[in-house]
Each structure stands twice: as structure tokens, then as C-alpha cells.
Design a protein around this ligand. Structure first.
Ligand SMILES: Cc1ncc(C[n+]2csc(CCOP(=O)(O)OP(=O)(O)O)c2C)c(N)n1
Ligand SMILES: [Mg+2]
Length: 660
């Protein structure tokens, strides 16, 4: 049984949330009404946070995976003293407000990660917990400076999404004991009862993954002490993640409680009845004095929690200034002044860019300890294993190679969590075609403006025999169309090195390295200006007749075609364009220097979808690519079949010249 004070405070959360939804005439009241007691127990009795310093490094992380319940989170942030006013709540879902429809990382203090696409927050949380475990193993010494929990609130929808299975399986395997999921088990989702869709035994499912599971029954779902006990039990289990299933009632208090009708519509005509049922006699957006003072005190406790940590931190820092300097540099997202970059010369011969990438990563790894990551069971192929890094595993959380298993989506979402936790720079690798298996998380990395590195190898039909199921066609176009993503498709080992320099730099979104399976010739010692997106690789003697623009493995093909053209008396410039996004960021003068506006005969060459290339080749030019699926055959046969040969390219270019 709750005290009257507890009930009043829980109602304060509930009604701030539903009043915000009502005023916006848009949003989701059901989840906040049903899950407020859970949130209350967690936030007032367990969560360690400091509203006055939302970036306190050792705070517990709270992730609302059920992002549609944003009003619940905003109510908690307001009440506990974050920078979120009643006016902000009243501006819920309005243009430019701090209270967007779903929680957005860059908009609202206290929001750890943007959520809304169901399942993502759950999988992000696994990354947060990985980061905590790794940093603790690396940096904690006599004193622990990284020692906190990752809490998630999720709903049925999160656990229905496939990504939660990947992430939960990984978390169980890795024994992430400080990960605690509060599952709002209300047996209703947007369109109806879960009887329609979702009837497996969730606890058995999670136990099979290696989780501890706890249930808070229907009679206890608003009982603060019962929820409190469950959380305490979850914390006491340190070798397994915990799922607490709280058998709650969606829309609690509303005449339509327990039905999907409360999920995503303002209470409207049911508002008065809901207020009456929960004995809430206050006008909209009113917080009575006692709850206001109570929540303020809970928030204020954060300052002393942080101060206590700070004194431990100071002692830790004094004991090992070098380690502390490394920690703080990585925490602040800064790079070392110098890194031991490898060099590539003609003597290296032909090198697949995936191999060059592996060489670069391994060369800088020791000097860049924040670089952690892995692949979706492909590192022998993606060449992304850090040879001296050790494996992140139970008993060795200091390991830097994370074996994500065949779980691309879970991998990418976990990377987002690792990056947003702070202190680390994650990478993740798979075949380029399997970008499709992690696209939703890549998109959120872009929306969150996360600095992290995706490494996609086997980047075109020239991967050969595995055939069209594995050969990417439309993936480059998709990445280039995604805001904030930096596309990088280097042409040789030297460009791969330069691409890595771009990728680790503090950026406004993820970098994507698109690398070849096949060997590519060294294109000469030069200033490979990957950071400017495109540069002139080769210029003919005398005035330019036409420009060949190519990316990645097609750049050497363009060079060979230019040589053939020269023999025929046609003077071709070759532009290597490893990144559209970076080129587009350059000024008009640079654009005109690389692609002079008076030269209309321009041909792009790329073994992928041609959509978008017209912006560089213009309406007189030709975009040469692949607007169909590939085929299973050795790469040389594929090149012949699709006309990716110097002779054919030269012929097409000459034909273009005739028509300009
Ligand atoms: C990937 C994805 N698919 C669909 C939706 C749309 N959607 C938002 S909430 C929801 C139902 C979620 O059900 P549940 O998690 O049980 O939340 P509850 O209704 O209990 O609040 C759906 C389908 C979404 N946000 N993300
Ligand atoms: Mg539900």
C-alpha cells in the first residue's frame, strides 16, 4: 500500500503528462498513466542523477525506449529540477519546443538518446551498459570512477521488435549485470490487446537469453514498495541483466483503462472522469506544494551524490595523472595531438581497401584507446579485428574487440549507445549490403549526430561469386540521402588512410567507410584530399575535353580509360570523389576548380545505382553505373558483362563527347 504522499506524487507525474498531451491535442497518455508508479519508484529511490549537471559522467543512465511515452519523461525532468519548465511542458509537440513528440537527444537536457522507433532504445541501452563495463574495467583502480546502472523503460512494442531479441541475446551472453529493464507489461499496444499479436512467455524468453527476470503482478503495479523491492533485487544480481515485468494497466484511471483507446489519443472527454477516479482536484499543469518540494529534494540530492563521486575522482586522478589525462581526453571527444598513422606507397602494391583499413586501425589503436568495436561475425572478412585489443567478454570487459555476433541491427544500435555513453569511439563492421539490416540504427546515429564509424566492406558487384544477394546496388544512394552521414568510399590504400582521418575527427554524424573486397592498385603518391570530398587525380596535357568522375574501385578504371582516351587524342581529367557529402560542403570556387562549369562532358563511373549523379554530371553528361541487380560470377567476368572495362568506358566517353 502506498502512502497518501506517494499517491499524490505519482498523480503529479501522471497529470503533468496527460495535461501536456491534452493541450497539444496530440500524444500518448496511456503509458504515462500506467507506468508512472514504476517511474516514481525508480527515479525517487534508485536513480542517481544530478539535474544541475546532466552530463555528470557517473550518473545512472535512464533510457525511455517506449519513446511515445515522452510526456512521462518530460514530467519527471521538470519535477526533479532539470532545465524544463511548465511552459516547456505546455509547449509539448510545438515548433521549436524543448518537448518534441518523442525524446530527442539534442533538444532536451536529461534525454540520453533519441527514442521513438520501437526497440532502438532497448538496444542502445545494451551499448550504454557495454560502455560502462568497459570503462570500469579500464579505468577503475583502487577507487571506482565508472560505476553506474543503465535503466530502460520499455513496452510491448519494444519487445516485439526483432532488434530487442538481438540486443537481449547479446546482453545476456555478455552478462551485463548493471543493465536493468523495466518492462511496462500492460498487454496492450497501439492497435489492440497483445492477445492479437504477442503471446509468448516473455520471462521464459529472457531467461533463455541468460537474464534474471522478476515479475511485479497486476495488484502491485502501482505499489511503490513492490516496484522498489524488484529494482533492489535487480541491482543485487551483478552477473546477469535483469528484466522486471510490471503487469500494469494502460491508461490507469481512465474509463477506457486497459484498452488500446488510451494508447495514443488525448483523454478528451475522459479527462474529468480520470481526474475524479484518481482524486486529482487540481487545474491543468498544477503541481501541489508537497510533491513539488519532494521532487525538488530528490533532484537536489544529486549534487551531493556527484560531490561525493567528485572527491573520489579527484583522488583517483591524483594517483595516476597520465591515465586521468587519457580518460578526460576521450571523455571530451578530443583526439591525441599525434597519431602513428601508417604510410602507403607504391611498394605496397595493390591492396584491397578493407585490408588497408585494417592496417590503419591497428596502427592507431594503441594510441587511441577509446576506439572499441567489432563486427557482426565478419571480422576475418572485414579486417576490423584489433590485434592487440583482446576480446570484450565476461571476465575481460577491458577487451576492445566486441563480438556482436550475426546481429547487425543490434550492433549498430549498441554502437549508438556506446558513443552516447561517452568516453569511447565505437566502430562496427559488416558487408555493405547488410547495411539494410542496420539502417534504422544508422539513421538514428545520424539524427543523434553521433561520432562513430561504420565499416562496410564488399562494397560492390565486384565482390563477385557470392552474387546479387550480397552485392550492394542502392546502398550508397541511400547513405548519401541520409542527412548527417559522411559517406567515404576510398579508391586505394592512401585514400583509405585519409578517410580514417576524417572518420575519427569530431563530426556532426557518423562516418561510413565503404571498402572493397578486391585489391585495388596504388594510385600514386599525392595529396589525396579525401577531406574535401573530391580532387583532381589526373589531368591531361593541354585543355580538358571531358571529365571522368569516379569513386572507390572505379577510380583506377577511370585512370585506365583516360589513358586509352589519350591514345585516341581525347584529353580526360580524372576526378576521384570519395565523398559526396564532403565535396558538397566545399565552396563554389573549389567546386569549379574540380568540375569547371564550362566543361559539360562529364561522366561518372560507379558500380552502383546512378540516382543522384546528375547533380555532378549535368544534363549533357552520363552517369555510368548499375541500375539493376548484379550476378554471381568472378569479378573479371562481371566487369566485362557490365562494361566496367577501360575500353568500354572510353567508348562511352567518346560517344558522350560527340553529343555535348
Ligand atoms: C519501429 C516502430 N514501429 C511502429 C511504431 C508506432 N508505434 C508507436 S507506439 C506503438 C505501440 C507500442 O505498444 P507498447 O510498446 O505496448 O506501448 P503502449 O501501447 O503499451 O503504450 C506503435 C506500433 C513505432 N513507434 N516504431
Ligand atoms: Mg503495451
Amino acid at each position: 500500500m502506498n502512502s497518501a504522499a506517494d499517491d499524490l506524487r505519482i498523480n503529479a507525474i501522471r497529470f503533468l503528462a496527460v495535461d501536456a498531451v491534452q493541450k497539444a491535442n496530440s500524444g500518448h497518455p496511456g503509458m504515462p498513466l500506467g507506468a508512472a508508479a514504476t517511474a516514481y519508484a525508480l527515479w525517487t529511490r534508485h536513480l542517481r542523477f544530478n539535474p544541475k549537471d546532466p552530463a555528470w559522467f557517473d550518473r545512472d543512465r535512464f533510457i525511455l525506449s517506449a519513446g511515445h511515452g515522452s510526456a512521462l519523461l518530460y514530467a519527471l525532468l521538470h519535477l526533479t529540477g532539470y532545465d524544463l519548465s511548465i511552459a516547456d511542458l505546455q509547449a509539448f509537440r510545438q515548433l521549436g519546443s524543448k518537448t518534441p513528440g518523442h525524446p530527442e537527444y539534442h533538444h532536451t537536457q536529461g534525454v540520453e538518446v533519441t527514442t521513438g522507433p520501437l526497440g532502438q532504445g532497448f538496444a542502445n541501452a545494451v551499448g550504454f551498459a557495454i560502455a560502462e563495463a568497459h570503462l570500469g574495467a579500464v579505468y577503475n583502480a583502487a577507487t571506482s570512477i565508472v560505476d553506474h546502472h543503465t535503466y530502460v523503460m520499455c513496452g510491448d512494442g519494444d519487445l516485439m521488435e526483432g532488434i530487442s531479441s538481438e540486443a537481449a541475446s547479446l546482453a545476456g551472453h555478455l552478462g551485463l549485470g548493471k543493465l536493468i529493464v523495466l518492462y511496462d507489461d500492460n498487454k496492450v499496444s497501439l492497435a489492440g490487446s497483445t492477445e492479437l499479436t504477442f503471446t509468448e512467455d516473455i520471462r521464459e524468453r529472457f531467461e533463455a537469453y541468460g537474464w534474471q527476470t522478476i515479475e511485479v503482478g497486476p495488484d502491485e503495479s502501482n505499489d511503490v514498495d513492490a516496484i522498489d523491492r524488484a529494482i533492489a533485487l535487480a541491482k543485487s544480481e551483478t552477473s546477469q541483466p535483469t528484466l522486471i515485468a510490471i503487469r500494469s494497466t494502460i491508461g490507469y484511471g481512465s474509463p477506457e483503462a486497459g484498452t488500446f483507446k488510451t494508447h495514443g489519443e488525448p483523454l478528451g472527454k475522459n479527462m474529468e472522469a480520470t481526474r475524479a477516479a484518481l482524486h486529482w482536484d487540481y487545474p491543468p499543469f498544477t503541481v501541489p506544494d508537497e510533491p513539488a518540494a519532494f521532487f525538488a529534494a530528490v533532484g537536489a540530492k544529486g549534487a551531493s551524490l556527484q560531490a561525493e563521486w567528485q572527491s573520489r575522482y579527484d583522488a583517483w586522478k591524483a594517483a595516476d595523472a597520465t591515465l586521468a589525462a587519457q580518460f578526460e581526453r576521450a571523455r571530451d571527444g578530443k583526439l591525441p595531438a599525434e597519431l602513428p598513422w601508417p604510410t602507403f606507397t607504391a611498394e605496397n602494391g595493390s591492396v584491397a581497401t578493407r585490408d588497408a583499413g585494417g592496417t590503419v586501425m591497428n596502427a592507431i589503436a594503441a594510441a587511441l584507446p577509446e576506439l572499441v568495436g567489432g563486427s557482426a561475425d565478419l571480422d576475418p572478412s572485414t579486417k576490423t579485428y584489433l590485434k592487440a585489443g583482446g576480446d570484450f567478454s565476461v571476465g575481460n570487459y577491458a577487451g576492445r574487440n566486441i563480438h556482436f555476433g550475426v546481429r547487425e541491427h543490434g550492433m549498430a544500435a549498441a554502437m549508438n549507445g556506446i558513443a552516447l555513453h561517452g568516453g569511447l569511439l565505437p566502430f562496427g563492421a559488416t558487408f555493405f549490403n547488410f547495411l539494410d539490416y542496420c539502417k534504422p540504427a544508422v539513421r538514428l546515429a545520424a539524427l543523434n549526430k553521433i561520432r562513430e564509424i561504420f565499416i562496410f566492406t564488399h562494397d560492390s558487384v565486384f565482390l563477385g561469386e557470392d552474387g546479387p544477394t550480397h552485392q550492394p546496388i542502392e546502398q550508397l544512394a541511400m547513405l548519401r540521402a541520409t542527412p548527417n552521414v559522411i559517406d567515404l568510399r576510398p579508391a586505394d590504400a592512401l585514400e583509405t588512410l585519409e578517410a580514417w582521418k576524417v572518420a575519427i575527427a569530431p563530426a556532426t554524424g557518423p562516418s561510413v567507410l565503404v571498402l572493397s573486397r578486391q585489391k585495388l592498385p596504388f594510385l600514386g603518391e599525392r595529396n589525396a584530399e579525401v577531406s574535401r570530398g573530391a580532387y583532381v587525380l589526373h589531368d591531361p596535357d593541354g585543355p580538358i575535353d571531358l571529365i571522368l568522375i569516379a569513386t572507390g574501385s572505379e577510380v583506377s578504371l577511370a585512370v585506365d580509360a583516360a589513358k586509352l582516351l589519350a591514345q585516341r587524342g581525347t584529353r580526360a581529367r580524372v576526378v576521384s570523389m570519395p565523398s559526396w557529402k564532403l565535396f558538397d560542403l566545399q565552396d563554389a570556387a573549389y567546386h569549379d576548380r574540380i568540375l569547371p562549369s564550362d566543361i559539360k562532358a562529364r561522366m561518372s563511373i560507379e558500380a552502383g545505382a546512378t540516382i543522384g549523379w546528375s547533380k555532378y554530371v549535368g544534363d549533357r553528361g552520363i552517369a555510368y553505373g548499375l541500375d539493376h541487380f548484379g550476378t554471381s560470377a568472378p569479378a573479371a567476368q562481371i566487369a566485362n558483362e557490365y562494361g566496367f572495362t577501360p575500353k568500354h568506358i572510353a567508348d562511352v566517353a567518346v560517344g558522350m563527347l560527340a553529343n555535348v
